[in-house]
Design a binder for this molecule. Structure first.
Ligand code: FAE
Length: 532
C-alpha cells in the first residue's frame, strides 16, 4: 500500500556497510579484488561503472589491458535490516537516496497525500540531483543507472538515427554495435502469449486498447528483465521482485543489471578491479599520464581518505551529469587547459515528461503491476512523442494509466563553473519543458477525448497534471565530434576519453541505455585498435 510507512534503519546496519571489500596491494600490481592504493600507477582508470564504463572495462580487459574502475556509489551486495539488499519502491529507507535526509520521490504525491518522508543520510542508490530548473535522477553504485532503471531496452528506429548521432555511420551501428550491445545486455522481448493473459500486465493491455482506439501505433519494447523469472514470480514459485514493485531503489531478483552482465564478464577476465565509494575529484596532466585525485567516502558521504594515483589513460564514464560536471570544472579551474569550448554544452533531458490519466471504473489497471515496462505509444513521426506505458505499482487499484513520454524537445542547456568556488551550474529552465508537454498532449489529449477521460491531478502535487520537473535520461555535456573527436577522444589531452551518455547530444528518441552501450562498443573498438 502506498500509505504504508515502514522505518527500518539501525545504526548497526549503517555501519555494517562501511567496509570496502578487498585487500590493499602494492603500486602497479593490481589484481582482481584488490583495493586501490594511493600512489599506484595504472594503465587505465575508468571513472564510473554505468553502461559506458562497463563496456570500456570489458573490452579493454579482453584486449589484455588491466583496468581499474572507480565508483562513487556503493557495491550493493550486503543485505539491509530486512534481509534484502534493496529497498522496496513503496517503502523507501536509508538505502533509497543518495545523501538526503528526506526522500524526493519522482511521484511525490498520491490521492492528495504527500509521499516523501525523512530518512537517515546515507550513500543510497538513487540520486535526485537538483539543479535550478530540473531534478536529474541517477543511479549510484557499482552498475550505475542499471541498478535503478526500468530495464526498457529500446533500439531507436533507424530513420531517427541521423538526428541522434549525425557523425556516426548508421549502417555500422545497426549491423554491428546495436546487436552487440543488445546481446551483451541480455535484452529479450516479453513472451506475447504470456503477456496477453498475465494479471500483472493488465495496465499495459489497457494502455494498448486506449492507444489503438485513438489510432496510435502501439509497440512492444524489449527489456533486460529475466522473463522466465517473472513468470515464476507470477506463478508463485519464486520470490517476487518486479511483481513486488521493486525498481527505483533496486531489484532484489530478476533484473539483469550491469553487475550481472558486462561487469561480471569484465571481472571474470581477472584484469578489472573496482573501488566502490571512491569519487574522482580531479584529473590533471602528469608527465605522459594523468594525476587523478580520488576521495574515499564512508556511508555518510564523508571523506575518509584522499588518494592520488597516476593513470596512463582515463575514461570519463561518470554519466552525462557526472562527466560534464567534472570536465566543466577541470576546464574552468585550468586543471585541463586543453579542453575546448564545447565542454558542458549540448545537454538535454531526452524530452522526459510524465502524466497520468484517470480511467473509468470499467478500465481497471490492476492492483498487481509488474514494474518493468513492456510497451510504448509511438507518435514520434507525427507528434514528436514516444510514450512508455509505465506501471504505477502501488499495490492497490488506482484506475490510473501512467506514462513517461520521451519527446523531441529542442532545448539544450549548458553546464558552467565558477572557478572561485568550483561550483557547477546547469542553466536548464523549467519553462523549457513546454514543448515536451505539447508533444505529449498530441497523444493524451486525443486519447482522453476518445475515451471520455481526464488527466490525473494528484501525482505531482498542487493539482499539477504534468511531471515536468525531472528527467531520468540526462544526455550530453561532452558531445561526440564536438567536445571530443568522432570516437570520444577529448580534444587537447591525448589519453583522455569520454565514453558515456555525455557524448549524446540531448536526445535518443527512445529510452537511452541501449544507444549509450552501442556507442561505447563502437568507440572502444576503434580506441583499442588505434590507441593501445
Ligand atoms: P550511469 O549509468 O549514470 O553511470 C555513471 C556512474 O558514474 C554512476 O554509477 C555514478 O555513481 C558514477 N559517478 C559519477 N560521478 C563520479 C565520480 N566523480 N567519481 C566516481 N564515480 C562517479 O551513466 N534508460 C533506459 O534505456 N531504459 C529505462 O527503462 C530507463 N529507466 C530509468 C529509470 C530511472 C529511475 C533512471 C534514473 C534512469 C533510467 N534510464 C533508463 C536511464 C539510464 O539508466 C541512463 O541513461 C544510463 O544509466 C546512463 O548510462 P551512463 O553510462 O551514461
Amino acid at each position: 500500500m502506498v500509505s504504508r510507512r515502514r522505518f527500518i534503519a539501525g545504526t548497526g546496519s549503517l555501519l555494517g556497510a562501511l567496509a570496502v571489500p578487498g585487500t590493499a596491494v602494492a603500486a602497479g600490481r593490481l589484481t582482481a579484488g584488490a583495493r586501490l592504493t594511493a600512489g599506484t600507477r595504472l594503465p587505465v582508470l575508468v571513472i564510473g561503472t554505468g553502461y559506458g564504463g562497463s563496456v570500456a572495462a570489458l573490452r579493454l580487459a579482453q584486449a589484455g589491458v588491466p583496468v581499474h574502475m572507480v565508483e562513487m556509489g556503493m557495491e550493493w551486495k550486503t543485505p539491509g535490516p530486512d534481509g534484502k539488499v534493496f529497498a522496496n519502491t513503496t517503502r523507501p529507507d536509508h538505502r533509497s537516496f543518495w545523501l538526503r535526509t528526506r526522500t524526493k520521490q519522482p511521484l511525490g504525491n498520491f490521492l492528495g497525500f504527500p509521499l516523501d518522508k525523512d530518512v537517515p543520510r546515507y550513500t543510497g542508490i538513487l540520486d535526485a540531483e537538483e539543479f535550478g530548473g530540473i531534478t536529474v535522477y541517477q543511479g549510484r553504485g557499482v552498475g550505475g543507472g542499471s541498478l535503478v532503471n526500468g530495464g526498457m531496452a529500446v533500439t531507436p528506429r533507424r530513420e531517427n538515427f541521423a538526428a541522434i548521432l549525425p557523425s556516426v555511420n548508421a549502417d555500422e551501428m545497426y549491423a554491428v554495435h546495436y546487436p552487440r550491445a543488445n546481446a551483451g545486455l541480455g535484452v529479450h522481448p516479453v513472451d506475447p502469449a504470456w503477456w496477453e493473459s498475465a494479471a500483472c500486465y493488465q495496465y499495459a493491455r489497457v494502455g494498448r486498447k486506449h492507444a489503438q482506439r485513438s489510432g496510435f501505433p502501439f509497440v512492444f519494447v524489449p527489456n533486460v528483465y529475466d522473463w522466465e523469472y517473472m513468470k515464476r514470480e507470477a506463478a508463485g514459485t519464486a520470490p517476487r521482485s518486479a511483481l513486488e514493485g521493486e525498481v527505483l531503489y533496486g531489484n532484489n531478483h530478476g533484473k539483469k543489471t550491469l553487475r550481472t552482465t558486462y561487469l561480471a564478464r569484465a571481472e571474470a577476465t581477472g584484469r578489472v578491479t573496482v573501488s566502490p565509494l571512491h569519487k574522482v575529484t580531479s584529473v590533471a596532466p602528469a608527465g605522459g599520464g594523468y594525476t587523478v585525485v580520488i576521495d574515499e567516502l564512508d556511508t555518510t558521504g564523508a571523506t575518509q581518505a584522499t588518494k592520488t594515483v597516476t593513470a596512463d589513460k582515463v575514461f570519463f564514464a561518470a554519466g552525462s551529469v557526472g562527466t560534464s560536471k567534472l570536465l566543466t570544472r577541470l576546464r574552468a579551474t585550468g586543471a585541463l587547459p586543453g579542453l575546448n569550448g564545447e565542454i558542458g554544452e549540448g545537454w538535454g533531458d531526452n524530452g522526459n515528461v510524465m502524466c497520468g490519466r484517470a480511467n473509468h471504473m470499467w478500465d481497471a489497471t490492476g492492483k498487481l503491476q509488474a514494474s518493468m515496462p513492456t510497451a510504448g505509444i509511438d507518435n514520434w513521426a507525427a507528434g514528436g512523442a514516444f510514450a512508455e506505458v509505465a506501471p504505477l505499482p502501488t499495490g492497490i487499484e488506482t484506475y490510473a494509466s501512467f506514462y513517461l513520454s520521451i519527446t523531441a524537445n529542442p532545448h539544450r542547456a549548458r553546464f558552467s563553473c565558477d572557478p572561485a568556488t568550483g561550483q557547477v551550474e546547469l542553466n536548464w529552465q523549467t519553462a523549457w519543458k513546454q514543448p515536451s508537454i505539447d508533444m505529449a498532449k498530441t497523444i493524451f489529449d486525443r486519447i482522453n477525448t476518445r475515451e471520455g477521460t481526464i488527466y490525473r491531478t494528484d501525482l505531482f502535487g498542487s493539482s499539477r497534471i504534468w511531471g515536468d520537473h525531472l528527467t531520468y535520461h540526462p544526455l550530453g555535456g561532452a558531445v561526440l565530434n564536438r567536445a571530443t573527436d568522432n570516437y570520444g577522444r577529448l580534444h587537447g589531452h591525448p589519453g583522455l576519453y569520454v565514453i558515456d551518455g555525455a557524448l549524446i547530444p540531448g536526445n535518443t528518441s527512445v529510452n537511452p541505455f541501449v544507444t549509450i552501450t552501442a556507442l561505447a562498443e563502437r568507440n572502444i573498438e576503434e580506441i583499442i585498435a588505434t590507441d593501445l
